[in-house]
Design a protein around this ligand. Structure first.
Ligand code: DGY
Length: 321
């Protein structure tokens, strides 16, 4: 009998066709609306494999509905949306999609850094709104990027790819990571410091660590207060790593200069969120990995993981401990 699969969002047709060669596939056909929880509860009850997005909370309550689920394949590198412990206890394989999105996410991180430092979004609005009357010496002046100091929190694949880009801008790169990576340090010419030193010395702080109970609110009021007044905070990892309330206060009272955010605690972030009322925030809708090529590669990799695990093979990107 064929394995049955539920896909929680419309994904590229070629990927669906591939999965359908060997499996019975059902899919939530919407592209921009997540599957409602009650639909997911119903569907998960009947399937051997779940192909899901970071927008679905695959928690213990949902997994209670799964009668024969064996594989959960997340189309994302981050898997904080999945209760991996519960899935593991129940013998379910959990897989993710690292690697294929590294460079693309590093590109976006750097784009956001540049956009925030050099006030690109404000400048664009300024031109379109007819406010550009003359060249002026200090008009829309921002922070210098080249030659400045970048602090990377989390030196995983994406952190390293961002460090390489920074070197092209003659930046000094500091990093903080759970474990020190001496070989990478030497290879990239970057320096390990503790978190407080990184915050104190950096002109740009990029948050690139996974979101776990340990990194929740890692950047809070105290950490923000250590940063330079001219510093820019960039977060392309997960919103919950930064305490948003503390960030709003720090951006309002000049504790730090600006923030570039691709991720938020609640996504989609409400247009009424206080962060979005601030001129020194550049906000994006979680598009770190959003190039056509990369999103297709992620979709294919999630399918590879799913199909391999369903045949009893170890998927290339296993998340379970
Ligand atoms: C991920 O994969 O975890 C990103 O946040 C989305 O690409």
């Amino acid at each position: 009998m064929k394995n049955s699969i539920y896909i929680t969002r419309k994904i590229p047709e070629e990927v669906v066709k591939r999965i359908a060669q060997t499996c019975e596939v059902r899919m939530w056909e919407e592209e921009e609306t997540p599957v409602p929880r009650e639909v997911l509860q119903r569907e998960i009850a009947e399937v051997d494999g779940l192909y899901c997005m970071l927008t679905e909370s695959i928690d213990a309550e949902l997994l209670n509905h799964a009668k024969k689920l064996r594989v959960i394949s997340n189309m994302a590198v981050g898997y904080n949306n999945i209760d991996v412990d519960t899935a593991t206890q129940r013998g379910m394989v959990v897989a993710n999609t690292p690697g294929v999105l590294t460079e693309t996410t590093a590109d976006l991180t750097f784009a956001l850094l540049l956009a925030t430092a050099r006030r690109l979004v404000e400048g664009e609005r300024f031109v379109r709104q007819g406010q550009w009357h003359t060249w002026a010496p200090m008009l829309l002046t921002g922070q210098e990027v080249h030659g400045s100091t970048l602090g990377i929190i989390g030196l995983g694949r994406i952190g390293q790819a961002v460090a390489k880009r920074a070197k092209g801008f003659d930046m000094d790169v500091l990093y903080y990571n759970r474990s020190r990576k001496r070989e990478v340090e030497n290879e990239l010419g970057i320096q390990y410091v503790d978190l407080d030193a990184l915050l104190q010395q950096s002109d740009f702080v990029c948050v690139l660590t996974p979101y776990t109970p340990e990194t929740k609110n890692l950047i809070d009021r105290r950490e923000l207060s250590l940063m330079k007044k001219s510093a820019v905070l960039i977060n392309t990892a997960r919103g919950g790593i930064v305490n948003e309330e503390a960030l709003v206060a720090a951006l309002k009272d000049g504790t730090i200069w600006a923030a570039g955010l691709d991720v938020f605690v609640e996504e989609p972030v409400s247009p009424q969120h206080p962060l979005l009322s601030l001129p020194n925030v550049v906000a994006l809708p979680h598009i770190g990995s959003a190039s056509i090529k990369t999103r297709i590669a992620m979709a294919q990799l999630a399918a590879d993981n799913l199909l391999k695990a369903l045949t009893g093979e170890k998927p290339d990107h296993l998340v379970n401990p």
